[in-house]
Each structure stands twice: as structure tokens, then as C-alpha cells.
Design a protein around this ligand. Structure first.
Ligand code: NAD
Length: 321
């Protein structure tokens, strides 16, 4: 069996190994692959098995890669593959559902706490001499925000949403969850399901944890922002296109949204023209919520297990059933 990894560097920049996958065939690992369809087709060649993290595999690539039988997405979000076309062509596509739940929930709070305290900024200000020169025993240059008692709205209440809710509740936040699927067992004194309207109108913080799909693309836009509380904070650790970035930028600059923190943007790496780069009080991190070594080790292990299950004729974690 020929196996090709299209973009292995971010999963394994050198601190893990590919031996688990290598035992299933002749393996070629590319650190990265140019996204042009012609180049992706060439890189796939006559491989039976393809792994991709963020390299797009649209229908045009699938149609010209007749040897491919299995695509393993090295991530939870699988929007990079045209899964419907893959199904039509009899190609099984799997994802890694759970490797990063704790890491992404933790990172959501890293972003939220940075919005509340700007610890990085204040530490730099101290090192630049601002505290030495201060007339008082303390100073702060951003409003400092306490979370207890506020409402945190979670759009998407799956694995990461629920893990985020547990942390939120430990901080004394009330959780308002919006999801197309509801599990009554998750409701308690400080966590309830609400409609999207109710979430938008009552949340002090809104955090996105739904997948990118036709129904969620641009879910944060001029219209939905206008229904939010003045001064709301918005966090996106899910997928960039969930947010209309120009609309968010305008809302940040007008003060309607008091702060935003995004780990994902519409095009990655970020374009120099992305409006969020110049927006007021916007923290941007380079898609790192998933990337602690602990998570990546788990991801690699599950990728191997997915491939083993496929090779044994009993595939698991299929996303295009
Ligand atoms: P999950 O499948 O467990 O949960 C997603 C939830 O969203 C589900 O409960 C689903 O019912 C809900 N949902 C789907 N469509 C919806 C809609 N239109 N409206 C409301 N809710 C909807 O997935 P997860 O493990 O919690 O991951 C969530 C997302 O986080 C992934 O899709 C991925 O895009 C993103 N992610 C980002 C990183 C990162 O590094 N930044 C890492 C892992 C995952």
C-alpha cells in the first residue's frame, strides 16, 4: 500500500515519529504541499492512502486520483475534503474526533483571560519601565474584567463546547449553549440550552465551538453582532470563516464588541490585508489551540488506529457515511 502525508510538519515538526503509519505501507511524508489542485494531484500520485491536515482535497483532485481509497484527515474539522464527492467515489474519509478537546478548551480560556487582564501586554509595559515610572503602586492600561456572574454563550455544544463549559462554570460563569442537537443530561443550575437569539442577546462573552458548514459560515456578522450586548467579547477557536472579519473589525473599532480573540482566520496563514490585524483590542494567535505535544501525540495515535481499522476492513471515525 502506498501512503502519502501531504502536510505533516505541523503535526510532527520533529518531536514525534511516523512509525505507526509506516508499518502499513510505503510511506512518503511531505512537510507541506502547495495547495494548487494540479500540484496536490501530482503529490498524491498513485497512493492508496492520503493523510491531510489543511491541504484542500476538492472534487477536482479526487476525480483525478483514482488510486485513493482512504483519506485520513489529521484534524477534527474536515472541511478541507469534499466528503460528498469522496463518498460518491467510494473513498472513506475519517477524522480525529477527540484528540484536542482539553487543549482547545484550555486555550479558549487562555484567550479569554488575556482579554480580561492583558497579562502579556502589562508584563511588557513593566519591562519597558512603565511601572518604575508609575506614580502609584499599580497601573493598568486596559479595563480589568471579572468573569464570575457573567454569561458565556457557546455556539456549538459538542466535545470542546462542553469542556469549555466546565471551565467556565469553575470561573463562576453561567453557560448559555446553542446547538442543533440537545442533550438534557448536560443541563444544570449554571448551564442551559438557549436559542441563538437568546444567546446573542444575553451573552457577555460568545465563544464559537461549532464546525464550519453552510449553516454556520459567517454566523458572526453585522446582523448577529447588532443583536449582541454592547461590549460583548467574542472568541473563535473553531474555524475562521465562521466570522465575517470585516464586520467584526467594524464592531471592534466602534466599541460594540469590546474585545475579540481568534485562533483561526478566514485564510491561513493570515493575509497581510486581514482587517483584524488592525482592529481595536483583537488578539490573534496562529492556530495553535490544538498543538500542545500531548494533543499531537494523541492525534498521531488515533490516526494510526484509524488506519489500522480501515486496513482491517472495519473503519472507524468515518465522516462521510
Ligand atoms: P463536536 O463535533 O464534538 O461538536 C460540534 C458541535 O457543534 C456538535 O454538538 C454539533 O451538534 C454542533 N453544531 C453543528 N452544526 C451546528 C449549527 N449549525 N448550529 C449550532 N451547533 C451546531 O466537535 P468539537 O470536537 O467540539 O470541535 C468543534 C470545532 O472546533 C471543530 O469543528 C473544529 O473546527 C474546531 N477545532 C479547532 C481547533 C484549533 O486548533 N483551533 C482544534 C480542534 C477543533
Amino acid at each position: 500500500m502506498k501512503i502519502v502525508v501531504l502536510d505533516g510538519y505541523t503535526l510532527n515538526p520533529g518531536d514525534l515519529n511516523w512509525n505507526g503509519i509506516r508499518q502499513y505501507g510505503e510511506l512518503t511524508v511531505h512537510d507541506r504541499t502547495d495547495f494548487s489542485p494540479d500540484n496536490v494531484i501530482k503529490t498524491i500520485g498513485d497512493a492508496d492512502i492520503v493523510f491531510t491536515n489543511k491541504t484542500p482535497i476538492p472534487k477536482s483532485v479526487l476525480e483525478k486520483s483514482p488510486s485513493v481509497k482512504y483519506i485520513g484527515v489529521l484534524a477534527t474539522g474536515h472541511n478541507v475534503v469534499d466528503t460528498i464527492a469522496a463518498k460518491e467515489l467510494g473513498i472513506i474519509v475519517t477524522n480525529i474526533p477527540t484528540y484536542g478537546t482539553s487543549a482547545v478548551a484550555q486555550f479558549t480560556f487562555a484567550l479569554l483571560l488575556e482579554l480580561c487582564h492583558h497579562t502579556g501586554y502589562h508584563s511588557e509595559a513593566v519591562k519597558n519601565g512603565d511601572w518604575t515610572k508609575s506614580a502609584d503602586f499599580c497601573f493598568w492600561n486596559y479595563p480589568l474584567i471579572e468573569l464570575a456572574g457573567k454569561n458565556m454563550g457557546l455556539i456549538g455544544f459538542g466535545r470542546i463546547g462542553q469542556a469549555t463549559a466546565k471551565i467556565a462554570q469553575a470561573f463562576g460563569l453561567n453557560v448559555l449553549a446553542f446547538d442543533s442537537y440537545q442533550n438534557p443530561a448536560l443541563v444544570n443550575d449554571t448551564c442551559r440550552y438557549v436559542s441563538l437569539d437568546e444567546l446573542l442577546e444575553n451573552s457577555d462573552i460568545i465563544s464559537l465551538h461549532c464546525p464550519l458548514s453552510d449553516s454556520t459560515k459567517g454566523i458572526i456578522n453585522k446582523n448577529t453582532i447588532s443583536r449582541m450586548k454592547n461590549g460583548v467579547m467574542i472568541i473563535n477557536t473553531s474555524r475562521g470563516p465562521l466570522v465575517d472579519e470585516q464586520d467584526l473589525c467594524d464592531a471592534l473599532n466602534s466599541g460594540k464588541v469590546s474585545g475579540a480573540a481568534v485562533d483561526v482566520v478566514s485564510a491561513e496563514p493570515i493575509a497581510a490585508s486581514n482587517p483584524l490585524l488592525k482592529a481595536k483590542n483583537c488578539i490573534i494567535t496562529p492556530h495553535i489551540a490544538w498543538a500542545p505535544k500531548e494533543s499531537r501525540t494523541r492525534l498521531m495515535k488515533i490516526a494510526v488506529e484509524n488506519l489500522a481499522a480501515f486496513a482491517a476492513g472495519k473503519p472507524v471515525n468515518i465522516v462521510n457515511l
